[in-house]
Design a protein around this ligand. Structure first.
Ligand code: SF4
Ligand code: SF4
Length: 375
């Protein structure tokens, strides 16, 4: 990542005719006059891997996954520069990959454009030890000359925001993504894990899909919200800091933006104004209570899932996704039951529920603190 990053903002109202021009303009603004390595102007023979957000099996209009037309135009943009383009991601562990590819529309776009769509689960991985963490990264990511990170701009019940930085979490194949929540339940530590992953990734650029984002109960069960922009940068931390400013999110509470990551950066391009943006009151809220008070109140301070019997379709995905087996499940009743003391507030169940039947709820003392702080 360069020392002083550029974040390029481009207005883009929809995924129609203007999208290709907006993608072109975002990359041009980001690049400016500076030579880059690899040089974007000539990608002859270079391997470029596009990494969209393919969290789970939802349709494009649900705004859970990166819009397939964004993927299409980025494929074409790099192809015009001679690149060998492929596309890959590792969805949530409970998702059926074929369904994700089909429903998201990205499978169809890749077939139409002739771009290989790679399953990170089946392509091998390499183990890294970085900043005190041990994790495996999918081999196709490491084999790329350039990774093009294509996140969706969404609220997130664990980290408040999921956009450029958090999207890289999908380079960890399979169930390991879930298990790291158990291994690193503290949000700040989890944030440093995400930052560590970035250090082993090949050179990258990010183009964030904020044309239609998600607010509320993100990253999977929120509301689509027209935001009207694309944002590009070589520095994902700087890009997310810019988004925090636009969406009025306190960057100090986004766990992977701690420690001033993002450095010095400047914004170029269009001025984009976003109206109200609703962020869920998830586990990040635990951070508002001073550690001293949290120690005193101990078990009275919590964020936990609540299951709606009316909405639940009895799929069992929440139990399957829970890294600490805090969701009791029986095939007989087909109703999830929370084992409260085991829950580590990771939101994995909330993230995979296909029926919007899970809300992350706060203890009374946490709600009182939030009210006191005007949240
Ligand atoms: S019940 Fe949900 S929030 Fe609690 S630990 Fe399990 S997956 Fe995480
Ligand atoms: S709460 Fe959601 S994920 Fe869990 S069983 Fe019900 S529908 Fe499935």
């Amino acid at each position: 990542m360069s020392e002083r990053a550029t974040v390029a903002m481009v207005r883009c109202a929809d995924y129609g005719d203007g999208l290709g021009g907006a993608v072109e303009r975002a990359f041009s603004l980001m690049e400016g006059e500076r030579p880059r390595e690899p040089n974007v102007a000539d990608f002859s023979g270079k391997r470029v891997l596009l990494k969209p957000n393919l969290l789970t099996d939802r349709r494009p209009e649900q705004a859970v996954t990166t819009h397939p037309e964004v993927v299409r135009h980025v494929i074409r943009w790099f192809r015009r520069r001679g690149a060998e383009v492929s596309v890959g991601d590792s969805p949530a562990s409970t998702a059926n990959l074929q369904n994700v590819w089909r429903l998201s529309g990205i499978g169809g776009v890749c077939a139409e454009e002739g771009a290989p769509l790679i399953s990170f689960e089946q392509a091998g991985a390499r183990l890294f030890e970085q900043d005190g963490f041990a994790f495996s990264v999918a081999q196709p990511v490491l084999d790329a000359d350039l990774v093009v990170n294509l996140p969706k701009v969404k609220s997130h019940s664990l980290s408040m925001l999921t956009a450029a930085v958090k999207n890289i979490y999908g380079v960890l194949p399979g169930y390991s993504k879930t298990m790291y929540h158990r291994q690193y339940p503290k949000l700040a530590v989890f944030g440093r894990l995400v930052a560590a992953i970035w250090k082993v990734i090949p050179p990258s650029v990010t183009l964030a899909d904020g044309v239609v984002g998600m607010e509320g109960q993100g990253p999977a069960n929120g509301r689509p919200v027209p935001l009207g922009f694309l944002a590009a940068s070589e520095n994902p931390f700087a890009l997310d800091r810019t988004l925090c400013g636009m969406l009025r999110i306190d960057a100090r509470r986004v766990p992977y933006l701690v420690d001033g990551l993002g450095g010095d950066y400047s914004c170029v391009g269009d001025t984009v104004t976003v109206g109200a943006f609703d962020v869920p009151s998830g586990a990040h809220i635990l951070n508002i209570l001073p550690q001293r008070l949290a120690d005193v109140f101990g078990k009275l301070v919590w964020v936990r899932p609540a299951f709606s019997e009316a909405a639940c379709v009895g799929c069992g995905k929440c139990a399957e996704a829970c890294p600490v087996h805090a969701v009791a499940w029986s095939e007989g009743t087909r109703k999830p039951v929370l084992k409260r003391d085991a829950c580590i507030s990771c939101s994995c169940c909330h993230e995979v529920c296909p029926a919007d039947a899970i809300r992350m709820t706060q203890s009374r003392i946490l709600r009182m603190t939030m009210a006191f702080k005007g949240m």
